[in-house]
Design a protein around this ligand. Structure first.
Ligand code: SF4
Length: 123
């Protein structure tokens, strides 16, 4: 899937064997070396409130990844922040959001508190 992407959370920590060759970690350190402000703390978990409403201004390509470089359901990401992202995704129905997580147990716990819409693909 090609198209837009939004990264309201950067950074993560390893949670399973599948994290061994984490692309996001290498990417974060590379961007820190390049002086990209958003990655000044490398792979530490950070939320970026200014990113959250970005999808509302998108035109064109109707596809999107949400979080390629972190895990939205990391324990350090507050529920209120996750809820704000789900609200925005629901308000941008012309885009499909693919959200990836390796933290299925937290996803399951928080799922009833999130605004689910047909354009949110969770994996
Ligand atoms: S959950 Fe994803 S982003 Fe986080 S360390 Fe594992 S592979 Fe990397």
């Amino acid at each position: 899937m090609d198209g837009n992407h939004v990264e309201p959370v950067t950074g993560c920590s390893k949670v399973s064997k599948g994290c061994q060759n984490c692309y996001a970690e290498r990417y974060a350190y590379r961007l820190r070396e390049m002086g990209v402000k958003k990655y000044c703390d490398g792979f530490a978990v950070k939320t970026h409130a200014r990113e959250v409403s970005k999808p509302l201004s998108w035109k064109g390509k109707p596809s999107c990844f949400c979080e390629q470089h972190g895990d939205l359901f990391h324990d350090q990401v507050p529920l209120s922040f996750i809820q704000s992202i789900f609200d925005i995704m629901a308000r941008a129905p012309s885009h499909i959001f693919q959200v990836l997580t390796k933290r299925g147990s937290r996803l399951k716990k928080l799922a009833p508190k999130l605004k689910w819409a047909d354009n949110i693909w969770m994996a």
